[in-house]
Design a protein around this ligand. Structure first.
Ligand code: LLP
Length: 437
């Protein structure tokens, strides 16, 4: 469920007309709904917290560490932090943003295959909840960094369970040939090694098998293997206090089969790995933010090719603003902000202004007929949208707006061309002084 609805024929985000935002802020612009963010987080956290078998031995509810990579706008993070969200982070920048937004350090998880020494030191000094270690050289380096700081690093070893799943090959992470994590065999060895180290405290194991998963079967397969490995570690006399099950739950991008609800997911988790006597961590991203955001764009014009008869709906948003269709052939519903006659449809190729054929959002899609100047909304754009934006073709990053009931605020302004260029100072040798006569 989300809070983008037509009222009197105009799409609104909560109480605010998207036409008004497009006019006042300009397009392209991302718009997020506070009520949807809050609802998605509380539904997910409520579902996993409701199960008695997912409580830790101390009675703690699972840690729900929102995957910051999906949408790292500070106002979005602040909104989720206020609901009790932790943060799953993959860089020092994300840790800093989570802390700044009010996520307590003891709810922050640090994952990723290439953490630098500086990032590890920053995370340790900040006192974060855990570092998810993804390889033997990483464990070695972390041990050195922790020893230098005379600290003990709380570590979880990321196992690649050998079950890949997800909406596209580029977002599948759990296969044996993916770069993430280590095999179970290696994890058991690493875990024992880590236990012997004075500056490492191995707390448990983690997995994440992919993203946009719409079927619980592969997750269940991976989780039941995780259960076995927790038991193996314990059988070897090692203590396992934490189990991190990653993110990955999919969302409906269009009228496909509804992905499993958080309650079904929680039920499956409880049945598969409940009652292990661990503190559970979840890292949902897309499920929280995707349907809480849209990208608004204006129709520049419609170009009908004389030779092929194809109709190109040319928008002012491009692949630099929303790269998912170009990168993953992802489908985003595109709806006019002013609802017209539902019977009046046309088949378009929807494209952006970027100079690449890849800057095509969709081909041959039947959708409501549009006119020059109309505003359209890319739905389900709150996750992996703005965060993956770039200035390709020297296009300023799209601004972001957060709506709360009847109120709204620009939470990331569009940079002016002057600001964009000020970020690229010229070397001294171009200054007039340095130019030789
Ligand atoms: N935890 C880990 C370790 C991850 O690698 C990811 C996502 C998540 C959690 C959050 O997964 P989610 O709940 O959002 O599925 N840019 C791609 C998706 C990349 C996913 C990367 N990892 C896209 O636009 O579809």
């Amino acid at each position: 469920m989300n809070h983008f609805e037509y009222r009197n024929g105009v799409m609104h985000c909560e109480q605010v007309s998207l036409e008004d935002i497009a006019r006042e802020v300009g397009t392209p612009v991302y718009v997020y709904s506070t009520a949807t963010l809050e609802r998605h987080f509380t539904v997910f956290a409520g579902a996993v917290s409701a199960h008695p078998s997912l409580k830790s031995p101390k009675g703690e509810a699972p840690l729900v560490a929102y995957a910051v990579k999906t949408n790292s706008n500070l106002a979005v993070l602040r909104t989720l932090a206020a609901q009790g969200a932790g943060a799953d982070t993959v860089s020092e920048g994300e840790i800093r943003k989570a802390l700044k937004a009010g996520v307590p350090a003891n709810k922050i998880v640090f994952s990723g295959v290439g953490k630098t020494d500086e990032e590890m030191a920053f995370a340790l000094k900040a006192g974060i909840y855990q570092i998810n270690v993804e390889s033997p050289p990483e464990l070695e380096r972390l041990a050195r960094v922790a020893a230098t700081l005379n600290m003990i690093a709380p570590v979880v070893i990321r196992i690649n369970p050998g079950v890949g799943a997800g909406g596209h090959a580029k977002i599948t992470t759990g296969g044996a040939k993916d770069k993430f994590g280590v095999s179970a065999e290696e994890a058991l060895r690493l875990y024992a090694e880590a236990s012997a180290h004075r500056h490492i405290a191995p707390m448990g194991i983690a997995c994440h098998i992919g993203s946009q998963i719409t079927d619980l079967t592969p997750m269940q397969a991976a989780f039941s293997r995780m259960r076995g490995w927790v038991e193996d570690l314990r059988a070897n006399g090692l203590s396992v206090e934490r189990l991190d099950l990653g993110g990955g739950l999919g969302v409906p991008y269009f009228n496909q089969k509804e992905p499993p609800a958080p309650a079904d997911y929680a039920e499956m988790v409880a049945l598969t790995v409940g009652d292990l006597g661990v503190r559970y961590t979840f890292e949902p991203g897309r499920a929280i933010t995707a349907n809480a955001g849209v990208l608004l764009s204006r129709v520049i014009h419609i170009h009908e090719r004389a030779d092929s008869g194809q109709k190109f709906l040319v928008l002012d948003a491009g692949m630099n603003d929303l790269i998912r269709p170009a990168l993953y052939d992802a489908y985003h519903d595109i709806r006019p902000v002013h609802a017209g006659d539902p019977a009046d449809t046309t088949v378009y190729d929807v494209v952006g202004p970027v100079c690449e054929t890849g800057d095509t959002f969709t081909r041959g899609r039947e959708m409501p007929a549009c006119r020059e100047g109309d505003v359209v909304a890319f739905m389900t754009a709150g996750a992996y949208g703005a965060v993956m934006g770039s200035e390709y073709n020297s296009r300023p990053l799209a601004p972001e707006v957060l709506v709360r009931d009847a109120d709204w605020s620009v939470v990331r302004p569009r940079p002016s061309y002057e600001q964009m260029m000020a970020a690229e100072p010229l070397p001294d040798w171009f200054s007039p002084r340095a130019v030789s006569a």
